[in-house]
Design a protein around this ligand. Sequence first.
Ligand code: ZN
Length: 231
Amino acid sequence: MDKNEYIRILTEIRNLGYDFEEFNHSKENKAAIIRHDIDFCIDSALEMARIENKLNISATYFFMVSTNMYNICSEASRSLVEQIKDLGHTIALHYDPAIYSDLDKGLTIEKNLLETMFDININVISLHRPRGFIDNSNRKLADVSHTYEDKYFKDMKYMSDSAGMFKYGHPLDQPEIHSGKNLHMLFHPIWWVNSGENQSEKLRNWQTKHFDFINLETALNCTTFDSVRAK
Ligand SMILES: [Zn+2]
């Protein structure tokens, strides 16, 4: 998985006659929804967003409010998300249902925060590690649609690169793609824009970059920390 392969997949899908659509589209066939769940890194998301923009394709980016990996409220993160939005992509919420005892209340808090911060309306969310939720997939949370509802999960051809692999085969090898069935494709940017021979190496390379960032932030926060000179 790398940038060139990502471009090849999107180009091939377009050549088969597909249109790239939002989650609430109404096409009967040949609609492709590109979904990105941002579990690790907003920088990688912006790289994907630029690639898609060059191809004149828009996707939906689902960001977390509750992750330990990034702070969506920081000035740096907000600037990156605004850039993704300005490239014509949709911003939405990637929600971790495991951290709240009241799932509806938790969702309302996080959704309101993102909507206010980025001046958007969120009509659909994606769930982080949905576990048992898929068994009860048509249950809405706080009346908000989510990506595991049958209309997105069973009625469309769903493909995911979770854990850095296509468990059920490469997207372009799926028979449904040649019969024009609507597609719901989940791509995690971390696997496509970070270098590394395998999934672990990609994650380690990302950790190294992230550590440089933490190092600089440490120096900015504390002048007696001298391993990195604050500018
Ligand atoms: Zn996730």
